[in-house]
Every structure is written in structure tokens, then in C-alpha cells.
Design a protein around this ligand. Structure first.
Ligand code: 6PG
Length: 241
């Protein structure tokens, strides 16, 4: 596990964008699963504004680790957020954008998206393998849309599952733990003081941390990197600052 701790959200966004561009080097095609929520917004802004001419977007194929079951025009849509902060500012072929159809029946869409991953991506022991999976983490220790109250979905046989947000009851479509841990590389993007308690628990494997889905992120490749700001890292023993 590689812990990268930066001053603030802006520095995390700049450093992550540089890392993302490096990941693309010497690759003919690159399949990436994006995270949703609010943390990626500044990262996508920086990537689009400062790095767009350093990337051949024709070779980057975009997918999502999870989506809210809402139309693509809804403010809750991870796809909409990504269009506003990234796709509207870069030249990426439409066919490279593989969104989860949040407006469709969740069960049917989970099946469709799993089939798409199984066709588009290489597979390791029948599990679709991304080049990079980007993950966020909730204040409750959830990641993608695998929440603590449904942690059994992590080991589902279905590569994409239907989840339920614990507070809002909102339906979500999410990749499962097998797909996350089959990735060549996994990167956590986690910022803000509200995440510090769970970052400490998951990174330092404190007692009870196994209840947090984020603690199950353990790619077989061994390539796991955390991009944190000082606030999110503030409870870590090894936090230099
Ligand atoms: C989603 C996400 C989810 C997110 C965390 C953190 O669709 O909500 O993919 O896993 O990464 O909830 O969200 P914030 O970045 O908003 O704190």
C-alpha cells in the first residue's frame, strides 16, 4: 500500500492528475473505472485544464465503479458530474464513454453492465480486469456503492450488483469486490476531515475495521495507492505532518 499525503484538495488533484497521465504511458488502450461523489470534481477540473494536451484520449476507455439509479440529467448522476467537470472540456470519442444507465431498471442494468465489462475488458480467472479502478470512501467506510449494511455484496458472484444507500434508500449499481481486487491498479481518492476516522481504521486495520467495505480493497496485483489530503490523513500514525 502506497500512502501519498498532500497539503490540500488542490494538491491532491494536481498530483493525482500527474499520476493518471503517467499510468497511460506506453499503453495502447487504457480501461479505467471512475469514482463518483464530490471528491473527483476538482480532480477532473485539474485533469481537464492542466493535462488535456498531454493525453491521447482516444486510447482511454471510461467506465464507472458505481452509479446512482437516476437519469443522466439528474444532479445526483455521477455521469452528469463527470460530463460537467471532465468530458465537456476534453476531446474523447463518445464510444469511449461507457456509462451505467442509471435511468434503467437496476437489476437489468447491473446485468447489462457486467456483460459489457466481460466483453470489453481482459479477464483474470473470469473476472473483468481494469487497468485502473479509482475509488472514493464514504464517512461510513463504504466504497464504490458497497455499504457496510450490505457488505456481503462484496463477494457476490455477479460482477455488478444492485445496492441501496443506507439513509436515502437510493438504488445504486456497483462493481463488486472481485472486480475491484482484480484491477491492475487501484487508487483511493479521499479528502477532508470527515474521512479521517475511517482512513485511520482502514489503513491501520484497527479493531472492527473489517466491517468497512473499504478495508476489503486488496488488489491481487498489490498495486494500491491512497491519495489523501492532510485532513483525511490527520489521524494516521505515520502522518508526517
Ligand atoms: C458515489 C461514489 C461513492 C463515493 C463516496 C465518497 O457514487 O457516491 O462512488 O463511493 O466515492 O461516497 O463520496 P464523496 O467524494 O462525495 O465524499
Amino acid at each position: 500500500m502506497d500512502l501519498k499525503i498532500y497539503k490540500d484538495k488542490q494538491e491532491v488533484a494536481e498530483q493525482f492528475s500527474g499520476y493518471f497521465v503517467d499510468q497511460l504511458k506506453n499503453k495502447d488502450t487504457f480501461h479505467v473505472a471512475l469514482s463518483g461523489g464530490s471528491t473527483p470534481k476538482i480532480v477532473f477540473d485539474v485533469l481537464a485544464e492542466n493535462f488535456t494536451d498531454k493525453v491521447d484520449w482516444n486510447k482511454v476507455h471510461f467506465y464507472w465503479g458505481d452509479e446512482r439509479c437516476v437519469p443522466p440529467t439528474d444532479d445526483e448522476s455521477n455521469y452528469k458530474m463527470t460530463v460537467e467537470h471532465l468530458f465537456s472540456k476534453i476531446k474523447v470519442p463518445k464510444e469511449n464513454i461507457n456509462r451505467i444507465l442509471g435511468e434503467k431498471d437496476p437489476e437489468g442494468e447491473a446485468l447489462r453492465y457486467a456483460n459489457l465489462l466481460e466483453i470489453d475488458l481482459d479477464r483474470v480467472e473470469e473476472v473483468p480486469q481494469f487497468d485502473l479502478v479509482i475509488l472514493g470512501m464514504g464517512d461510513d467506510g463504504h466504497t464504490a456503492s458497497i455499504f457496510p449494511h450490505e457488505i456481503e455484496l462484496w463477494d457476490s458472484e455477479d460482477h455488478c450488483v444492485v445496492a441501496t444507500h443506507p439513509d436515502s434508500g437510493q438504488k445504486r449499481v456497483s462493481i463488486n469486490g472481485k472486480v475491484i481486487n482484480a484491477a491492475k491498479e487501484v487508487a483511493f481518492l479521499v479528502t477532508g476531515a470527515s474521512k479521517a476516522e475511517k482512513v485511520e481504521a482502514v489503513v491501520e486495520r484497527t479493531e472492527g475495521s473489517e466491517a468497512y467495505p473499504a478495508s476489503l480493497v486488496n488488489p491481487a496485483s498489490g498495486n494500491l495507492v491512497w491519495f489523501l489530503d492532510e485532513e483525511a490523513a490527520s489521524k494516521l500514525n505515520q502522518n508526517p505532518s
